[in-house]
Write a protein that binds this ligand. Structure first.
Ligand SMILES: Cc1ncc(COP(=O)(O)O)c(C=O)c1O
Length: 1015
């Protein structure tokens, strides 16, 4: 056995060998190897490290020479592979005798930078594609190598793996693994063996497992360990890379597709190679399991031998549940081929014979009027509330659309992203993962009992009552043989139960024959009566379990597996609306039309098409937990708010020049939420918080006769000219011109980053002290202070919670100087901080002016300024005040509805309890993740500050951006903030609940763990 001949040098012996033969002084560290020994020799000075390789005693010199030749060829072709380092006497290979007298060949190579792919916890699609591209380049370069020494008999040879795996199968005791190996062997026999003579052969690396691939900056930086090379199937390298990349992957077919996409550009894969790729990947895993079993018995001490085994035990059974034809279609689609080769012929046959087909519902929809419904994500027929889309909610809406159009049949579109599929069996790997949303049939809505006719001759291939809610209910599949195309199938779902009575497999159904009837909701598992008609080019062995809805990421494949059924029905194309632009086209149009400095969230922008409470849905129907948007305060599209706006819009919407009880009522309700004396203050209604803050400045100046303002470091108060002047976050940042001389910037009271820490009881007063110096500065210039403006919890400042006593001390200094104190509550008002309705209340102060905006209109542009009466009186100086849109009746109706919902749904208390738990859970990160420096906030206004060093607090900006983008990938929307953009901010719509909080914590935790550098 080869392992008995493995070398066993100590580190000290390796160090001596490196010194004696290569002149390399340094410390040795053992690297992993199956049957050889590899040491990394590092000197600690600037000399490049050396990888010292001591071969197994059975290794032939010719093989080592072949390896060295290949490395030279690959390096020449620009592949990231090690270079051979010669000994001090100029030899590429030298020898060393072991203690047992055995002779081992010794050689050296350069060390490549990067961590092991095996240690990369998140493999981005871009990284997997880059791995595919690297393998593709390797495959192309290896095709140039001719080395007789590599024609060899080797236990890792995939071309002979079937026999080897079959031979060890009896000793595999693990039931699930054994079954998966049986399935692998059967599939290989069926799909690979007949092809084996046709598969191209070449020299291959033969061990592209994730311990032999190096990664740096999310790209492949090295390919190492060429010791397993041999002549084999050329596609085996990609298959082996796929095998290890798919281990424990949530979406193995996504990985397979990304690898092929990458490889295809570098070396064209032929049809046969694409056909066998997945099966060869599975065969490699089965081979690994077999060999590990033998080796571990021989060398139980070598942990590397079992390194992938538990993942293989978990993964191979899952992979065996993927139908062969589906995996092959994914590979073909990724390579730019038609995923199901004969789908083209089926479509051509249908197209050519279209005029001869019998009408499926007995009504010829080629000529009869019909209405094409929009049941997509942004359709007005659909609700964001899933309960309203279930029967009986949707049925009257569809019936009404039919009635209005005066038609018997309404059509639900093919290839449409829908929110209708909420049953568990449509879900992805995790609750917020991509679900199946793309409808790949055509729906024909008609009355229950409407007969269904065969469009052309067929035989009954399968039928069943799939009685799980949201499944097909009673369904029939017909098989169609044609002379011109391969056989294909048509599927008829949501039938009546009686449709299955007396049906027999193989039964012939003639063209035009009535063979089924539409089911009612109580028998079609809860759908509005309709026929789900689907064409299937390859049944994947699934029978009536063949999906009618696919994942958007596999759209290309499923469109080939199930082409458009309108090829059968023939509804005129002009009845279908034009396709909406895809995400990339929308982004490009936006860039062109809306200006370059309009920022866009996330590296991969989300094209949001619908909102519902604390959720957003993109154009593919993917659901995101919205943990970012505080504007839809009571929840996206809250029905009470929507209704209030719609109702008032139909009655009156005008301006404040006309007295209105509705406007008065809103002003009263809003000020009643404030403490005295603001409760009897004056309310100005405007249409943005920028407009509100502008007005607040004018009010302060009118009251004091002064112009100068004191503002906080890193503050943002709005987008107008004067507000940029009082916003250091903007005027001190890119494109800014600094503060004008009437603006005085006070340090932010940040008790994590600033000089006074949380354990200092006087921190609040200490942070306020510099304000006195700013007052003095203004006085020295012969001016007074108009006011002090501060967010009650600075948001862009980094989700800061002031230390106790800060605002009271600051207000006292400002008031002493005759200034007005303005609380910018734009981010935090209306119960968000949980403990109080307004965040300033937590500081025990009462401002002179309160400015609020974002949450007031739940997305409708409504903002307000509430000022003490005496300030308002000073402002009432003869100049008319008017805001065209501010205080219109629609805004006020919406504002009232928001206040009602906050009260009736007890959202402040909800924010307190959910926020408290979330804060506590997030706080546990501080001890578990080195990157997490601070977790702070109140209610549903939280920040997690990431730092690279707990002492210097070096901001971890790139890491925060990584977290936010990865959370987005995982279906949770957050953002970054703070002057260093290193604070992850969590500021969801208020209905955000405990379940959402738990999902956020679990995902955040997992994503943070991905950043940890490999051990
Ligand atoms: C604290 C604060 N004040 C004022 C504004 C300006 O609000 P608007 O964009 O509605 O003018 C913002 C906006 O982000 C803000 O965060």
């Amino acid at each position: 056995m080869i392992l008995e001949h493995s070398p066993c040098l100590t580190n000290a012996e390796a160090e001596q060998l490196a010194r004696d033969r290569f002149g390399q002084r340094g410390w040795a560290r053992a690297l992993t190897s199956e049957r050889d020994q590899n040491f990394l020799i590092e000197s600690g000075d600037h000399a490049p490290p050396l990888v010292l390789k001591i071969a197994n005693a059975l290794e032939e010199r010719g093989l080592l020479e072949a390896q060295q030749h290949v490395l030279a060829v690959l390096a020449q072709r620009g592949l990231p592979v090690p270079r051979v380092v010669c000994t001090t006497t100029g030899d590429a290979i030298t020898e060393q005798s072991g203690k047992d007298g055995r002779r081992h060949y010794v050689w050296g190579v350069t060390y490549l930078p990067g961590g092991l792919l095996a240690d990369v916890r998140y493999r981005s699609p871009a990284l997997v594609e880059d791995l595919g591209a690297t393998v593709g380049r390797l495959t192309a370069a290896l095709a140039l190598v001719d080395s007789p020494a590599l024609e060899r008999d080797f236990h890792w040879d995939l071309t002979r793996a079937w026999e080897r795996v079959a031979a060890t199968r009896p000793s595999i005791s693990d039931g699930a693994l054994g079954e998966a190996i049986d399935a692998t062997l059967a599939r290989v026999k069926r799909h690979v063996t007949p092809m084996s003579g046709k598969l191209r052969r070449a020299v291959i690396h033969n061990d592209l497992n994730d311990h032999n691939i190096l990664i740096a900056a999310d790209r492949v930086s090295g390919v190492v360990d060429f010791g397993d090379m041999l002549y084999g199937w050329r596609v085996a390298d990609l298959a082996i890379a796929a095998a290890y990349a798919m281990l424990d992957a949530d979406d193995p077919l996504g990985i397979l597709g990304a690898l092929v996409r990458g490889a295809q550009d570098e070396c064209t894969l032929d049809d046969g190679e694409l056909e066998v790729l997945f099966e060869l990947a599975c065969l490699r895993l089965a081979l690994s399991a077999s060999i590990a079993l033998e080796q571990q018995a021989a060398r139980p001490d070598n942990a590397y031998l079992g390194v992938s085994q538990s993942a293989i035990h978990r993964t191979l059974p899952r992979l065996m549940r993927v139908p062969h034809a589906l995996a092959a279609a994914v590979a073909r689609g990724a390579a730019g081929r038609e995923p199901v080769a004969h789908s083209v012929a089926v479509r051509e046959w249908l197209q050519a014979n279209r005029s001869t087909f019998a009408p499926v519902l007995g009504v010829d929809l080629r000529t009869e009027p019909s209405i094409v419904l929009d049941l997509g994500v942004a359709s007005p027929l659909i609700s964001g509330n899933e309960e309203e889309n279930a029967e009986p909610g949707l049925t009257p809406r569809i019936a009404s659309a039919k009635r209005v159009a005066g038609v018997r049949v309404a059509v639900g579109r093919y290839d449409e992203a829908r929110l209708l599929y909420t049953a568990p069996f449509f879900a992805g790997a995790r609750p917020e993962s991509e679900r199946r949303t793309i409808h790949i049939g055509l729906d024909l809505f008609a009355d229950a009992g409407t007969p269904v006719h065969a469009p052309f001759d067929g035989v009954v291939h399968a039928f069943a009552n799939n009685a799980v809610p949201q499944d097909y209910g009673p369904a029939i599949i017909l098989r169609h043989e044609t002379h011109e195309s391969a056989p294909f199938f048509t599927l008829y779902g949501h039938l009546s139960r009686t449709s299955l009575d007396g049906l027999a497999l193989g039964q012939h159904i003639a063209k035009g024959e009535r063979f089924a009837w539409l089911g009612a909701p109580n028998e079609n598992v809860g759908w509005t009566p309709h026929l789900h008609l689907q064409i299937i080019t390859d049944l994947l062995g699934l029978g009536t379990d063949f999906p009618g809805v696919a994942a958007a990421s596999q759209r290309v494949v499923w469109r080939s597996l199930s082409p458009d059924p309108n090829l059968v029905v023939g509804i005129p194309e002009d009845r279908f609306p034009p396709a909406e632009p895809d995400r990339l086209r929308t982004i490009a149009a936006r860039r062109d039309r809306l200006g370059g400095n309009l920022s866009i969230a996330y590296r991969s922008a989300v094209k949001v098409e619908r909102g519902w409470m604390q959720y957003l849905f993109d154009d593919t129907g993917r659901r995101f937990i919205d943990a970012y948007n505080n504007v839809p305060h009571v929840g996206h599209c809250h029905p009470r708010v929507v209704r209030a706006g719609q109702t008032q819009m139909a009655i009156l919407n005008t301006n404040t020049r006309y007295p209105s009880d509705l406007v008065n009522e809103y002003a009263e309700r809003l000020r009643a939420t404030l403490p005295a004396p603001l409760q009897s203050g004056v309310v100005y209604l405007v249409s943005s918080a920028s407009e509100a803050n502008e007005l607040a400045l004018r009010l302060a100046r009118a009251r004091t006769g002064e112009r100068d303002m004191i503002v906080l470091e890193a503050a943002y108060h709005g987008n107008t000219t004067s507000l940029i002047d009082i916003s250091p976050y903007k005027h001190g940042g890119p494109g800014g011109c600094g503060a004008p001389d009437w603006v005085h910037i006070a340090p932010i009271a940040d008790d994590y980053r600033g000089p006074f820490k949380r354990n200092d009881a006087d921190a609040g007063a200490k942070y306020a002290k510099p304000i006195a110096a700013l007052v003095a500065r203004a006085h020295n210039r012969g001016r007074g202070i108009a006011g002090f403006i501060a967010e009650s919890c600075p948001s862009v400042g980094g989700q800061i919670v002031f230390p106790p006593g800060y605002l009271s001390a600051a207000y006292a200094i400002v008031r002493e100087a005759g200034g007005v104190c303005i609380a910018d509550e734009v981010q935090t008002g209306l119960g968000r901080v949980g403990t109080h309705f307004w965040a300033f209340e937590a500081q025990g102060v009462v401002p002179d002016i309160v400015v609020t905006g974002k949450p007031l209109g739940n997305g409708h542009p409504l903002a307000a300024v509430v000022a003490r009466r005496e300030i308002a009186e000073a402002f009432d100086n003869g100049m008319e005040y008017f805001s065209t849109f501010g205080g219109n009746q629609v805004s006020c109706a919406i504002g009232l509805a928001v206040l009602d919902v906050v009260r009736d749904e007890e959202l402040q208390e909800h924010a307190r309890s959910v926020g408290e738990r979330l804060l506590n859970d997030l706080r546990s990160f501080v001890t578990r993740h080195e990157l997490v420096g601070d977790v702070r906030g109140s209610g549903l206004f939280l920040g997690v500050e990431l730092v690279r060093d707990p002492v210097t607090l070096e901001p971890a900006e790139a890491e925060a951006s990584y977290v936010v983008n990865r959370m987005r990938d995982e279906g949770i929307l957050t953002g970054t903030d703070g002057p260093y953009h290193n604070v992850v901010k969590i500021r969801p719509p208020m209905p955000f609940d405990r379940g959402n909080a738990d999902r956020l914590v679990e995902t955040f935790d997992r994503v943070l763990a991905e950043i940890v550098s490999p051990a």
